[in-house]
Design a protein around this ligand. Structure first.
Ligand code: HEC
Ligand code: HEC
Length: 396
């Protein structure tokens, strides 16, 4: 037996990049804060899978699918042999390990693709923005999470297998995936290092990472269908940028329903609420809106087409879900979801002169006009008292 190069550089780079991408993507899956990292790693994983498929035909001997193409029966048999401690040593991938690889590649592909769809439906961002609504994507999102969990289980199984094998055959398999070297009989096919391929791979990954985190995020290239808005964030010289779905607009609605208060986007109430409100427009919270039948019809069509029932945004979906099916609330601020979301806002914040009223959505939601109510677009104005003090000092 002699020390032989079994795993070429690209295979090792692929292996550890996929492992790191999956681990970090797993940790950054929840919430908004790390989304750009999570999404980046998802694209990276897809790219890595694509590379591995090509490399399965073009790589060194033991990286080629042909060298580890085993039947499921052989995989089970091998597992049994391991259980009895009599498994033969394989220089390349063993039959069970091979199946772990194929399953991981398939799952990584599935997780990546369902991730793109989930991002599109859930956040209306990315390549699939605008394809699905928040509720339509629910099942696919669950599939995304299910496949990620399955992937974690296979990874854990794979790690267990590596440990068991390493003990059984008294060799450190994890280290050989770092150095590429294993002990092998003379005459075993030696891998080519493929330094150039590995260097190109590394450059592409770094380049993609640099582009993603510098330019793509800055210019919101990853949100082609999103509406990008900018607003000054308090106490911060820089403007925050946030994106949301680009929702439909209507000038008649905006003019008529935005004159006394800011126009409340239709996605904030179900269609039955809007039907009732427009049918009683002559008694609108104590005033007669005095709209003619044609205007009422125009506005109502727009309201119904974009109502909460359509689940165009997360807020729409959650407001609609929080309501009893036969209720037609006339106030957004009385829907259970709204109440729940604003329960923790203090009396002082409501009393802030910049807020004044619960209906003044735009005081805290910079995207209130657009109707999207994204988490990233929310800020409670600081109490004015703090800034009022220095003014009082300056003025004699
Ligand atoms: C003549 C002024 C006026 C116009 C025009 C007007 N509203 Fe109102 N609207 C009010 C008043 C007053 C209230 C009650 C505000 C309060 O009590 O805080 C209100 C409240 C609402 C609320 C409830 C907000 C909440 O959640 O508390 C909705 C929804 C609403 N209006 C929708 C509309 C729509 C849709 C139109 C266009 C068809 C419209 N309004 C046009 C005066 C107006
Ligand atoms: C005083 C500031 C303030 C005002 C005014 C305000 N909100 Fe909010 N809103 C918040 C805060 C803070 C949250 C986040 C709560 C959380 O994440 O738990 C929030 C959350 C929400 C959400 C949930 C977003 C999500 O993640 O799904 C919606 C929808 C929403 N607000 C709608 C409205 C509407 C509509 C109005 C006007 C009728 C309004 N808000 C007025 C502060 C405000």
């Amino acid at each position: 037996m002699q020390r032989t190069l079994i795993w070429d550089l690209p295979t090792r780079l692929f292996h550890w990049s996929l492992a790191a991408s999956f681990a970090i993507a797993w940790l950054t899956g929840d919430g908004d804060a790390w989304r750009s990292v999570h999404v980046f790693l998802g694209y990276l994983m897809l790219g890595l899978v694509g590379f591995r498929v090509v490399w399965g035909f073009m790589g060194s001997h033991f990286s080629r699918f042909a060298s580890f193409w085993f039947s499921p029966k052989e995989a089970v048999q091998y597992l049994k042999q391991v259980a009895t401690g009599r498994a033969a040593r394989h220089t390349g991938h063993n039959p069970t390990g091979s199946w772990a690889i194929y399953i991981l590649l398939a799952l990584a592909l599935g997780v990546g693709l369902t991730g793109i769809l989930t991002l599109g439906g859930d956040e209306q961002q990315g390549l699939a923005a605008g394809w699905f609504s928040f509720s339509q994507i629910k099942l696919i999102k669950e599939l995304h999470e299910l496949m990620a969990t399955a992937m974690l289980l296979v990874v854990l199984g794979h790690i267990t297998g590596v440990v068991v094998e390493s003990v059984l055959h008294k060799e450190n398999l994890a280290r050989s995936m770092v150095t590429g070297i294993k002990l092998a009989e003379p005459g075993t096919p030696v891998a080519h290092r493929h330094r150039v391929v590995a260097a190109v791979m590394l450059l592409v990954m770094l380049g993609f990472g640099g582009w993603w985190f510098k330019y793509a995020i800055d210019r919101n290239i990853d949100h082609p269908n999103g509406s990008v808005m900018e607003a000054p964030r308090e106490g911060d010289a820089a403007h925050v940028k946030f994106v949301g779905p680009k929702l439909a607009d209507n000038s008649v609605w905006r003019a008529e329903c935005g004159s006394c208060h800011s126009a409340f986007y239709p996605a904030l109430l179900p269609s039955r609420s809007w039907q009732k409100m427009m049918a009683t427009q002559d008694q609108h919270f104590g005033s007669d809106l005095g709209l003619d039948a044609a205007t009422v019809a125009t506005i109502l069509t727009f309201l119904v087409d974009n109502s909460a029932d359509k689940h165009l945004t997360e807020a729409a979906f959650k407001i609609e879900q929080s309501l009893a099916k036969d209720s037609a609330p006339q106030r957004i601020t009385e829907t259970p979801y709204w109440v729940k979301k604003h329960r923790e806002i203090t009396a002082a914040d409501w009393a802030n002169p910049l807020v004044k009223s619960k209906n003044n959505c735009a005081a805290c939601h910079m995207d209130a006009d657009a109707g999207t109510f994204e988490d990233g677009a929310m800020q409670i104005p600081k109490a004015l008292a703090a800034t009022a003090v220095p003014l009082a000092i300056i003025k004699p």
